[in-house]
Design a protein around this ligand. Structure first.
Ligand SMILES: Nc1ncnc2c1ncn2[C@@H]1O[C@H](COP(=O)(O)OP(=O)(O)OP(=O)(O)O)[C@@H](O)[C@H]1O
Ligand SMILES: [Mg+2]
Length: 380
């Protein structure tokens, strides 16, 4: 035991009794607190509230964090505000609109501050779920790494974080000097996910303000260090998380992932429209699960009518970044924490992702992005 050993869970609960819920009752009596995790002076827990009451709870979350931080022996604290989800599955993207007209561009002076030390932040997004954003994000990040860039990955999918699984990460982030979190290193990438901080099984939904506070914390309270590129794995849809990203950081651009089907392409268009709305340039479209190469006979079949995304990119005048086949190796490696670019670097799939990464880098460097964007210079 050191002189300032961390408080026990009970001591934290006792300390929180002085803080009241919006209805006036002492916080520990409200049944809103999750399991309190105390590890090596670091304290993590969540407050689960009714989605409608989130606004009233945000200042309380802050108060709770401050109170716990002030306890002797506490080196850092992260308190997340979450709302209970009724059923399984993901919530629909929150519908409330932000007034975010074209006049509110943040790309130039007076916009949001960047993350210190991070040269370019790009979002990997799609209008629709399950099209392979996370898989693309991690392999694109590794492809950029292979080009000699220093790369970070931020998992902004707080509805269903993927990085713990994609990289088989079980450890919790360490803290640095009080309140800042040290990201995790994996395959030469600097990575952070809300999934490193909360239990995987916790059923929850994050709405407007909660999304913002979680993403803001992951951007601003994580010691990202010096990065050439931060790749952000976005949640599906065109809701608050995406708008928050655009509001919180100057995004250098977005990469839209789509499958070849028409339906997914409609969603991709929606994604592109959203980034246009917030003046974030679209760096290009990746067609994922584009075609199927039979592992036995080597014959290629266009399961979903391949080529749709390329045509769509032409029509929308955004760059086409490449086609990734539907391949069991991709599924198996990403689902077992061994991303294909890292584990099969000499294979054909790694080559495809590196080519996509090269185009993304060129887009960032050359300002070839379709819309007015801050020019980012990346020295490899
Ligand atoms: N090219 C591919 N070939 C085979 N399987 C793939 C490919 N791309 C992705 N997958 C698999 O498809 C599933 C969904 O992929 P992923 O999680 O990357 O999608 P997502 O768009 O991030 O989903 P979500 O919207 O839920 O965040 C995963 O099991 C993944 O391994
Ligand atoms: Mg995902």
């Amino acid at each position: 035991m050191t002189a300032t050993s961390a408080p026990t869970k009970q001591q934290i609960l006792d300390g929180l009794a002085a803080i009241s819920a919006p209805d006036g009752s002492p916080l520990p009596k409200t049944g809103t607190l999750s399991e309190i995790v105390v590890s090596d002076g670091k304290v993590f827990f969540s407050i689960t509230v009714d989605a409608a009451a989130v606004k009233a709870w945000e200042p309380i979350r802050k108060k709770v964090e401050d109170a716990v931080r002030a306890m002797p022996g506490v080196t850092s604290v992260m308190v997340a505000l979450t709302a209970e989800r009724a059923g399984g599955g993901k919530p629909a993207a929150p519908a409330h609109a932000h007034n975010h007209g074209p006049g509110s561009t943040h790309a130039h002076g007076g916009g949001p501050a960047g993350v210190p030390g991070v040269k370019a932040i790009i979002a990997v997004a799609s209008g629709k779920g399950g099209v392979g954003k996370s898989t693309t994000a991690i392999n694109l990040a590794l492809g950029l790494r292979d080009l000699g860039l220093k790369v970070g990955v931020l998992d902004a999918d707080i509805y269903g974080p993927s990085l713990p699984k994609l990289l088989a990460i079980k450890e919790r982030p360490q803290t640095l000097g009080g309140t800042r979190l040290k990201p995790i290193s994996s395959y030469g990438l600097t990575v952070m996910s809300i999934g490193f901080l909360i239990e995987e099984e916790t059923p929850m939904i994050w709405r407007g303000p909660m999304v913002m506070s979680a993403i803001t914390q992951m951007l601003r309270e994580v010691e990202w260090g010096t990065l050439d590129v931060m790749v952000v794995d976005m949640p599906p849809g065109t809701g608050d998380a995406q708008l928050t990203m655009a509001q919180q950081v100057p995004l250098a651009g977005s990469v839209i992932v789509s499958t070849p089907q028409d339906l997914a392409l409609i969603d991709a268009r929606r994604g592109i429209a959203m980034f246009n709305r917030v003046n974030v340039p679209v760096l290009g479209i990746v067609e994922n699960m584009s075609f199927f190469l039979c592992p036995h006979c080597g014959e290629r079949s266009d399961v979903f009518g391949h080529g749709g995304a390329r045509k769509e990119a032409e029509r929308l005048k955004v760059p086409f970044l490449g086609e990734v086949p539907l391949d069991m190796a991709i599924r198996e490696t990403s689902d077992s924490g061994l991303p294909v670019v890292a584990t099969q670097p000499d294979g054909p799939l790694a080559k495809i992702y590196r080519e996509i990464a090269g185009k993304v880098r060129d887009q960032l460097q050359g300002g070839g992005a379709a819309r007015a964007a801050p020019k980012i210079v990346i020295e490899a």
